[in-house]
Design a protein around this ligand. Structure first.
Ligand code: SAH
Length: 364
C-alpha cells in the first residue's frame, strides 16, 4: 500500500512537472532545447510545428528522431485550451467560441466576418478587474491572467476550426485588460511577430487598452508595431472616472500622452474607441473635445453603439446607462466627418449570440 502511495505521489509530481511548451517564444524554445541537451535548431522546428502546422502531438513531428519525440513526451506537453462550445450568429455569421483552460476556467473568443477580412477577438484574462460600468465582462469580476499559451491557443483553435488562412486580423478586445497581463500579452505578440507563425502580420493586430499608461510606453519601446486602441469613451476626466474607475489611477491626460508617444515611436495611428452613451458623451462639448483630440494625434475614432447590459440586471451606475439613439449617432458621426475626423462606426456584430463587444461574459 505504502509503495503504491509513494508511486502515486511520484507520478503525480512528474505529471505536474511537465513543461508547458505552448506559448513559448522562438527564443524560449531554443533555450528549452539547449537546456535538455539538444540542439538549438530544434526550437525553430518545434515552433513551426506548434504555431504554423497547428500540431498538438509530438508524434506528428517526423523531422524529430523517435528518441527525441519520446523524450519530449516524457518532459513536456503541448496542452492548452479545449473548445467546450461554439455558436454562430444566423444574422451576421459571427462565431463565438467558449474555451476551457486546463484549470477549468472558461473564456470566450469571437470571429467577426467582414467583406474582406475575418477578425478574431481574443481574451487576455478570465473576467476583468477594471469594472467599467458599460461592460458585461466587468460585471463578472476578475479570476486570473491567461498564460501566453492560453492567449495564443485561442488563435490556434479558431484557425484549426475555420481553416488556417481564414483569419486575417486579431484584436485583443475580448475579456480582460491586455496591458494588466503584460508579459503574456507581449509573449503572444512576439509569437505572431515571427515570419513562420502564420499569415498574420503585426500590423493587422490591435491591442485595446483602457489606458494603462506606463505599459503603453513600455509596449512602444518594444517596437512591436502592433496597433493600439484606447478605450476613450469620454474626453472629460470626471465622466470617464464615473464609467471607467481605472481612470482615477491612470487619468486620461496621462493615457493620451502615452498613446501620443506610442504613435510617434511606432509610426502607427491610434484608434480611439467611443461607445455612444445617451446624454453622457454625445453632447456638443463631447463632439468639440473629440475634434480637438483627433487633431492632436494621428488617429481615427471608432464609434460604437452601446450594447445594453439590461439582460444582466446591472445595479448602480451601470443600470442608468442608455444607448444614444441611432439617428443621433449618425448626426454625431456626420459632424465629426465634417470636421475632417476619420470615423468608423462599428456595427454591432453577433448580438443574437451575446458575442458583441462588451457582452463577453460566461453564462455557465
Ligand atoms: N480592456 C480592454 C479590452 C476589452 S474591451 C479595453 O478596455 O479596451 C473591448 C472593447 O469593447 C472596448 O472598446 C470596450 O470599450 C468595448 N465595449 C465594452 N462594453 C461594451 C458595450 N456594452 N457595448 C459596446 N462596446 C463595449
Amino acid at each position: 500500500m505504502r509503495s503504491i502511495c509513494l508511486r502515486l505521489v511520484t507520478v503525480t509530481s512528474e505529471v505536474k512537472k511537465k513543461y508547458k511548451l505552448k506559448g513559448l517564444t522562438l527564443e524560449e524554445l531554443k533555450d528549452y532545447f539547449i537546456g535538455i541537451g539538444e540542439q538549438k535548431f530544434r526550437g525553430k522546428q518545434l515552433f513551426n510545428w506548434m504555431y504554423n502546422h497547428l500540431s498538438t502531438d509530438f508524434d506528428d513531428m517526423l523531422n524529430f528522431p523517435k528518441d527525441l519525440r519520446n523524450k519530449l513526451k516524457d518532459h513536456a506537453n503541448l496542452i492548452s485550451l479545449s473548445i467546450v462550445d461554439s455558436k454562430v450568429s444566423t444574422e451576421t455569421g459571427t462565431k463565438k467560441f467558449v474555451f476551457q483552460t486546463e484549470d477549468g476556467n472558461k473564456i470566450e473568443s469571437v470571429v467577426i466576418p467582414e467583406e474582406r477580412r475575418n477578425t478574431l477577438c481574443v481574451s487576455t484574462q478570465v473576467g476583468c478587474p477594471l469594472d467599467c460600468k458599460f461592460c458585461a465582462t466587468g460585471l463578472m469580476g476578475y479570476t486570473k491572467n491567461l498564460s501566453s499559451g492560453e492567449i495564443f491557443d485561442q488563435y490556434l483553435l479558431a484557425a484549426q476550426d475555420l481553416g488556417k488562412d481564414k483569419l486575417t486580423n486579431i484584436v485583443y478586445m475580448g475579456m480582460g485588460e491586455p496591458l494588466l497581463n503584460f508579459e503574456s500579452t507581449v509573449k503572444s505578440l512576439k509569437i505572431f511577430s515571427e515570419e513562420i507563425t502564420s499569415g498574420i502580420n503585426l500590423k493587422k493586430i490591435t491591442v485595446s487598452t483602457a489606458g494603462i499608461s506606463p505599459k503603453i510606453i513600455e509596449l512602444a519601446d518594444l517596437n512591436l508595431k502592433v496597433k493600439i486602441a484606447l478605450s476613450l469613451h469620454s474626453c472629460f476626466e470626471d465622466i470617464r472616472s464615473k464609467i471607467m474607475p481605472i481612470n482615477k489611477k491612470y487619468p486620461l491626460k496621462e493615457s493620451i500622452e502615452a498613446v501620443k508617444y506610442y504613435a510617434k515611436k511606432t509610426g502607427t495611428r491610434i484608434t480611439f474607441e467611443y461607445i455612444m452613451l445617451k446624454n453622457l458623451n454625445d453632447r456638443n462639448e463631447d463632439l468639440n473635445a473629440l475634434i480637438k483630440l483627433s487633431r492632436a494625434i494621428p488617429s481615427k475614432i471608432n464609434v460604437i453603439p452601446f450594447n445594453s447590459l439590461k439582460h444582466m440586471n446591472p445595479s448602480g451606475f451601470s443600470a442608468e446607462l442608455e444607448p444614444t439613439p441611432k439617428k443621433e449617432i449618425e448626426a454625431f458621426v456626420q459632424n465629426l466627418r465634417n470636421n475632417d475626423v476619420t470615423v468608423l462606426v462599428r456595427f454591432t456584430q453577433g448580438d443574437d449570440i451575446a458575442a458583441a463587444c462588451g457582452q463577453l461574459a460566461i453564462k455557465y
